[in-house]
Design a protein around this ligand. Structure first.
Ligand SMILES: [Zn+2]
Length: 316
């Protein structure tokens, strides 16, 4: 390309005093300082310490052509340059491009920022982010994305067209489903086995106390007997159904329990039950969420889901 026809990148990459020029695949030239690039990139450190050829097919007039597009190169360099922290846009294909380039140029900061951007993206679209994390062999991020994906009903995952899933293989998608099925089982078990929810008698919640509103007897999944107000059993049945659909620690909200209490309690006006409801329902839902979270964390530890691609396919 004729250097005179090249486009100049926006500030701060337009400084004439800069001592090197990187040219994107679209022909946009970034004037940058070797010293900054050397600090940020192992790749460029090596390049600058090697003897430079006087003329080269890969550069002209000190210009270094790179295969990255302008947007990727711009983001990479902004992360490395001094100044306020630069956050990547919430655009998954862009994040993926930056991950790829940061690896290639051995840019530790840029890689870290791109990983953070991926997890931010995963808050809203965890399955797409999971596919990108697997594609780049990012085990920690793949786990986080898989955990966030627990909120999405399985039916939604399998019926939605997710372009990024094309970049991973069936084994990686199967791992996501395997993890979900394990989590679903342990989360539902929290709603089906009630020993954790019943402290010793003086601390019993109002729905399990004697000398108050009518109670009935039921066995939990472990075969233990519980005397509780019927609305509470009904609540636990409903929660178990919800946890089968999406298994995460936020499934049970205090508002849902209050609604069940108000709608199905035999006597909402009971002067024993009513004053205790607010505190005890909030304490119960907090405890429940903790139990579900602990159970799901155990699955992450026990199930060796995320074999890196390199191990899976030695040929690459
Ligand atoms: Zn009562």
């Amino acid at each position: 390309m004729d250097p005179s026809s090249a486009l100049l990148a926006p500030p701060p990459f337009d400084e004439e005093n800069a001592d090197i020029v990187l040219r994107s695949c679209e022909g946009v030239e970034f004037h940058v300082y070797k010293s900054i690039l050397s600090q940020a990139s192992g790749f460029f450190t090596s390049m600058f310490t090697l003897p430079q050829p006087t003329s080269s097919s890969s550069s002209d007039d000190g210009r270094i052509p790179v295969t990255e597009d302008t947007r990727t190169l711009d983001s990479l360099l902004r992360i490395c340059y001094p100044g306020p922290p630069y956050n990547l846009d919430n655009d998954l294909s862009h994040i993926s491009n930056v991950l790829e380039a940061a690896r290639k140029y051995e840019m530790v900061w840029a890689l870290q920022r791109a990983k953070e951007a991926l997890v931010r993206f995963a808050q809203n679209e965890p399955v797409r982010a999971y596919a990108v994390a697997c594609h780049h062999n990012l085990e920690v991020q793949a786990r986080e994305c898989a955990k966030l994906a627990l909120r999405i009903p399985l039916e939604t995952i399998i019926s939605t067209n997710i372009e990024e899933l094309r970049s991973i293989d069936g084994v990686e998608f199967q791992r996501l489903l395997h993890y979900r099925s394990k989590c679903r089982n342990v989360a539902a078990a929290v709603a089906k086995g009630w020993a954790w929810s019943m402290p010793t008698p003086p601390l019993r919640p109002f729905w399990a106390r004697e000398n108050c509103c009518p109670r009935e007897i039921r066995r939990d999944v472990d075969g233990n007997e519980y005397y509780c107000q019927p609305w509470w059993f009904r609540l636990m049945d409903a929660v178990a159904v919800e946890l089968e659909k999406s298994s995460w620690d936020g499934v049970l909200q205090p508002s849902f329990v209050f609604t069940q209490f108000i709608t199905h309690h035999s006597s909402v006006l009971c002067t024993n039950c009513r004053p205790r409801a607010a505190l005890e329902i909030v304490a119960f839902t907090t405890r429940f969420s903790e139990r579900v979270r602990e159970a799901i964390d155990q699955v992450s530890k026990i199930v060796g889901l995320w074999i890196l691609r390199a191990l899976l396919r030695p040929s690459g």
